[in-house]
Design a protein around this ligand. Structure first.
Ligand SMILES: NC(=O)C1=CN([C@@H]2O[C@H](COP(=O)(O)OP(=O)(O)OC[C@H]3O[C@@H](n4cnc5c(N)ncnc54)[C@H](OP(=O)(O)O)[C@@H]3O)[C@@H](O)[C@H]2O)C=CC1
Ligand SMILES: Nc1nc(=O)c2c([nH]1)NC[C@@H]1CN(c3ccc(C(=O)N[C@@H](CCC(=O)O)C(=O)O)cc3)C=[N+]21
Ligand SMILES: [Mg+2]
Length: 283
C-alpha cells in the first residue's frame, strides 16, 4: 500500500506565510506581537525546542524574549517573573517550558499565567473553555495535529480516533478536539490491558506516549492514518517518534514522520496563538 507522508514542516511553513501577512497588517496599526519564553534549568532537549520557537518568531516579525533562569530558581522568583510579564505591554504570550525542576509546583506556575496570555492553553480557564468548545487558546500540539489532518484532507467525522496517552498537554486535549470534529474517541494509557485490541480498530491513531518506536505494524489496521507525537532518541541517539515508522508505513494510508511531522506544527500553532492574543489589543 502506498502511504501519504504528512509533511508537518511544509504545512507549518505554509501557515507561517499567511500569519506573516497578519503580523504585517498588525504592524500598520502599531502592534508587534510579543512572546516570552521562560526556561528554568539546563535540560538540553528544552533548549532545542526553545531555539526553534525563537527562530520562528524572528522569521515572522514577532518580538521574543527568552528568559533563562538557573535550576535553583525558587518558585516565588518564578511566580514574580510571570507576574511581571502578565503586566508587560510588550508581551502577548507567556510560555513556561515544561517540565520544571521538581521543587517548583507546575500547576501553581500555570495558574499564575494570565489566561489572556496563556498561549500554551494550559491554564484551567483555557482548558475549561476548550472543553466547552468556546473560543480560547488551544493547546499547540493537539491544535497542530488537527491542522495536519485538515491540510491532508483527512476526514475526522464519523471515524474511530484512538489516542494513546492522557497527559494534560497532549493526550487529553487531543481526544477532545477530535471529539469536537465528530470522531468517536477512545483513550489508551499505561493501564490499558490489551493495547493492540484497541489500536487495531483505529481509523486515526494518535500516539503520544514517549517510548521510542513502541508502535509496530501489528498495532495498526490496514489503511489507518497514523500521527506520531513522540520525540525520543533511539539507541543510536537519533531523533525518533513513538511509532516504528519503517515497520508501520506500508500499512498506513497516511503517516507523519519524526522529525518533520508534529513538532514544527506545535511551533507554528504557538505563533498563531501569540498573534491571536496580540489581536485582542485591536478591540
Ligand atoms: N512533537 C511535539 O510537539 C511534542 C512532543 N511531545 C512528545 O510526546 C510524547 C508524549 O508526551 P507527554 O504527553 O508530555 O508525555 P507524558 O509522559 O506526560 O504522558 C505519556 C502518556 O503515555 C501513557 N503511556 C506510557 N506508557 C504506556 C504504554 N506502555 N502503553 C500505553 N500508554 C502508555 C501514559 O499513561 P499513564 O497516564 O497511565 O501514565 C501517559 O498518559 C513524548 O515523547 C514527548 O516528548 C510532547 C509535547 C509536544
Ligand atoms: N510549556 C511547554 N509548551 C510546549 O509546547 C512544550 C513544552 N512546554 N515542553 C516540551 C514540549 C515538546 N515540544 C516540542 C516543540 C517543538 C518541537 C520541534 O520543533 N520538533 C522538530 C525538530 C526537533 C529537533 O530537531 O530536535 C521536529 O519534530 O521536526 C518538538 C517538541 C513543545 N513542548
Ligand atoms: Mg511531560
Amino acid at each position: 500500500m502506498s502511504s501519504q507522508l504528512i509533511n508537518g514542516k511544509e504545512i507549518g511553513q505554509q501557515i507561517r506565510v499567511s500569519i506573516k501577512e497578519e503580523v504585517q497588517q498588525l504592524a500598520t496599526k502599531g502592534i508587534t506581537p510579543g512572546l516570552a519564553v521562560i526556561l528554568v534549568g539546563e535540560d538540553p532537549a528544552s533548549h532545542t525546542y526553545v531555539a526553534n520557537k525563537e527562530k520562528a518568531c524572528q522569521q515572522l516579525g514577532i518580538y521574543s524574549e527568552l528568559i533563562k533562569l538557573p535550576e535553583q530558581t525558587t518558585e516565588e522568583q518564578l511566580l514574580q517573573q510571570i507576574e511581571q510579564l502578565n503586566s508587560s505591554a510588550k508581551i502577548d504570550g507567556i510560555l513556561v517550558q515544561l517540565p520544571l525542576p521538581k521543587h517548583i509546583n507546575e500547576q501553581k506556575v500555570i495558574e499564575t499565567i494570565s489566561p489572556l496570555k496563556d498561549v500554551d492553553g494550559f491554564h484551567p480557564v483555557s482548558v475549561g473553555k476548550m472543553l466547552l468548545g468556546q473560543e480560547t487558546f488551544l493547546p499547540c500540539t493537539p491544535h497542530g495535529v488537527m491542522k495536519l489532518l485538515e491540510f491532508s484532507n483527512v476526514d475526522v467525522a464519523g471515524k474511530h480516533a484512538v489516542v494513546i496517552g492522557r497527559s494534560h498537554i497532549v493526550g487529553v486535549p487531543m481526544g477532545q478536539l477530535l471529539l469536537q470534529k465528530d470522531a468517536t474517541v477512545t483513550y489508551c494509557h499505561s493501564k490499558t490491558p490489551d493495547l493492540e485490541a484497541i489500536t487495531k480498530q483505529a481509523d486515526i491513531l494518535v500516539v503520544a506516549v514517549g517510548r521510542a518506536k513502541m508502535i509496530k505494524s501489528h498495532h495498526i489496521k490496514e489503511g489507518a492514518v497514523v500521527i506520531d507525537v513522540g520525540m525520543n532518541r533511539d539507541e543510536f541517539g537519533k531523533l525518533c517518534g513513538d511509532v516504528d515508522f519503517a515497520d508501520v508505513v506500508d500499512h498506513t494510508a497516511a503517516i507523519t514522520p519524526v522529525p518533520g511531522g508534529v513538532g514544527p506544527m506545535t511551533i507554528t500553532m504557538l505563533m498563531v496563538n501569540t498573534i491571536q492574543s496580540a489581536k485582542m489589543k485591536l478591540v
